[in-house]
Design a protein. Structure first.
Lengths: 277, 277
């Protein structure tokens, strides 16, 4: 069966690049206009996997996707850290000296602010990075450029004038791979895994401390904590925690049993091989 | 000295409404186009206070404002929970039956989705709620309405056709009041206060658990935890914690001294009277 990976954005988006880097070149990809549509594509079987950005090392969490993970019953089966590097691209034959405008997503423009100022280019906001590359191709105007991925340049037949435009090179986006299967990934006792869980807590003094104790007292390392509001219960939260370990290991199972004593709601979103780098 | 309160948005914005509810009717207000401009207005003395939305009970934290709190040296001196209730408003003489379109901020439109669908109105996106009210006034067209605050209707001379348009009435925004003064607010031993702090931690197993222990072991109640990425250090975080108590009380001072043993960076953003409701 072909691996078909749904992602949010247009062909050439960073999410599509991450899909190819994670799964390899032989996959099919399915562009979707919204994150909701990505979940639906996998839920309805039009795609085998979803690739979902969950956090950027400069901009922070993509909070909407935490909410969608909770609403959906897809399971996390992998993670991938993509190094985000913006390329300045224009139609073949264009030159740096002839450029006037650069189109891109506001976040990409912000991340290349210093370089763009030095180059004296006018920034124009677009809905997404790959869409701005498509626009540059369609216009055919050698005075306009796009900031997008190396892959977008290939997809739209554009020429890369400058690679690595970003002011801060430590720019990574963490993606999650999701499937419909309710199976956990294979487990090996000496493997290196992460597990993602979501839970609620009673509004009592010290309750978050107690919840974290189930991990700390078993030397389980947390890599991320995120909270999201519970609709209709002002100032109460769902907590999302990523920790090192697999749900099938005895120590993690005991920690989750212990957490279940404290948490009125608890769900394991998945255990998956940890990506270093 | 007149109290002048800087806020982000146009006259009639929810932030301006919160400013009047918090400070009273005798203040002057200073509309600013961005949150950065709000901080600058207070920093440069053009306003005595800033009123900054930090969290909505449905949409979650306004993360950009956490980053700005860290960058700025303004101090938090108050908090206010505004009940957000959207009114459907149009020019005087307009009728519900004659309406075709409703303009507003995407979040307000989303929060009234069910009612708007029942009423068969086309939703049109605007930059902010108060700006949509101004547009309805300028157009003078009785077929278009805005979703905005009761105050926006008064500011722009519009007629409220339906109040309480939101699908979920448990819609509150928490605002912080900021000033330049580095003084803490008055402290009374039996007073009811909150304190906001921001700190970093070494990336070590169990370190967040240890950090929370400085509060839990002293029975200090946490009301909020938020994390934001540290620029240039992928997957490391600044933690923002709100807890019940005043920095001048001995128990809180000891907790913060203890936290300082663990945290390479620690700053108190302010202690202030707690707002219930």
């Amino acid at each position: 069966m072909t691996t078909t990976v749904a992602f949010q954005g247009e062909p050439g988006a960073y999410s599509e690049l991450a899909a190819y880097e994670y799964f390899g070149a032989q996959i099919a990809t399915l562009p979707c206009s919204t994150f909701e549509a990505v979940f639906a594509a996998v839920g309805e079987g039009r795609a085998t996997h979803a690739l979902l950005p969950i956090e950027n090392s400069l901009a922070g969490s993509i909070h909407r996707n935490y909410d969608l993970l909770l609403e959906s019953d897809l399971r996390i089966v992998g993670e991938y850290h993509l190094h985000v590097s913006h390329c300045l691209m224009a139609v073949p034959g264009a030159s740096l000296e002839g450029l006037r405008q650069v189109h891109s997503h506001p976040q990409a423009l912000a991340q290349c602010q210093r370089r763009l100022r030095e180059m004296g280019l006018e920034a124009v906001i677009a809905a997404d990075t790959a869409g701005s590359a498509r626009l540059v191709q369609q216009r055919g105007d050698p005075t306009i450029a796009a900031l997008a991925s190396r892959r977008a340049a290939a997809v739209y037949g554009l020429q890369i004038l400058v690679a690595g435009m970003e002011d801060n090179p430590a720019n990574y986006t963490r993606f999650l791979t999701l499937t419909r299967s309710q199976e956990n990934t294979d487990w090996q006792e000496d493997g290196d895994y992460k597990t993602s869980v979501v839970f609620s807590l009673h509004n009592q003094p010290g309750v978050l401390f107690k919840a974290l104790s189930v991990f700390a007292l078993r030397d389980i390392d947390l890599t991320k904590i995120e909270s999201r509001p519970i609709q209709g219960q002002p100032w109460e939260y769902m907590f999302y925690i990523d920790f090192v370990g697999h749900v099938r290991s005895q120590v993690c199972q005991r920690a989750l049993d212990h957490l279940g004593e404290l948490a009125p709601f608890l769900r394991v979103l998945g255990s998956y091989p940890r990506h270093h780098g």
